[in-house]
Design a protein around this ligand. Structure first.
Ligand code: HEM
Length: 227
């Protein structure tokens, strides 16, 4: 293997390890937050908790628990060896991810309808669109797999992958921005110019990049299948 190829492979593996570690860390945080929110009164700790609001708390803290599960499971669907050698496992994990994603999206949407986000209407809109897209992609991925249309199933499953990772990407954007600028254009209410861009920037550019990639693959005459 040539040096350039070796370097590219190493960079790819490094990227997977860094992203995987970040995903595991965030999933653990999300799981713990969700379990605590369902188990004890967190009104002193976070504005997200609604005192006496059983339904709102179930929706938002439940979405954190199932979001963590979807985030940990979704990378396994990209592993070709699992899909080829153990299709039953791919199908089983896929069903869990779809069910979790639907519940995450519906939970987030219910919370937005009942409480609204911290920053108000524009953030409500950005996050509601995020939830609606996740819901649509999860339903499409399942529907097309059941119909045996695996090319289109793969494309929708990849969109769902990007959206599940979106929640992590949102936090990674903040971590990077704060380390570079010490939080320029951001505030605690998430109403600064940087925050306003983030309401959409954690999923729209990544979905757009995926669409370009899918189109290129299709125009190359290849299947839009998973890597
Ligand atoms: C894998 C997917 C997801 C995970 C792991 C996840 C996790 C979390 C976590 C841990 C929080 C607590 C805030 C924090 O500590 O940063 C949160 C807040 C929130 N999430 Fe999600 N989430 C996911 C997807 C979604 C989706 C699809 C929606 C939209 C329907 C959504 C809507 C919200 C809302 C509205 C808040 C509260 C925002 C605020 O006002 O501060 N989440 N989420």
């Amino acid at each position: 293997m040539q040096l350039r190829q070796r370097l590219a492979t190493m960079v790819r593996y490094l990227g997977v390890v860094v992203l995987g570690t970040a995903a595991l860390g965030f999933a653990a945080y999300s799981l713990r937050f969700g379990l605590r929110g369902l188990g004890i009164d967190l009104s002193e700790v976070t504005y997200i908790y609604t005192p006496g609001g059983t339904f709102a708390n179930l929706a938002i803290f439940g979405h954190m628990i199932l979001g963590a599960a979807a985030m940990v499971l979704v990378p396994f669907q990209l592993i070709a060896r699992i899909r080829q050698r153990h299709p039953w496992l791919h199908r089983m994990i896929g069903r869990v991810i779809v069910l979790a994603s639907i519940t995450v999206a519906v939970g987030g949407l219910i919370y937005i309808a009942l409480r609204g986000t911290i920053a108000g209407p524009l953030m409500d809109f950005g996050f509601a669109l995020y939830g609606a897209l996740m819901l649509g992609c999860a339903v499409q991925a399942l529907r097309l797999a059941r119909a045996g249309d695996f090319d289109r199933h793969s494309a929708w499953a990849l969109r769902l992958f990007v959206l599940v990772m979106g929640s992590l990407i949102f936090r990674l954007h903040y971590a990077l921005w704060f380390s570079l600028t010490d939080g320029l254009g951001s505030n605690a209410q998430l109403t600064g110019p940087f925050d306003q861009v983030q309401y959409f920037a954690f999923y729209i550019p990544y979905l757009a990049a995926l669409e370009l990639w899918l189109r290129r693959r299709n125009s190359d005459g290849r299947r839009a299948s998973l890597p």
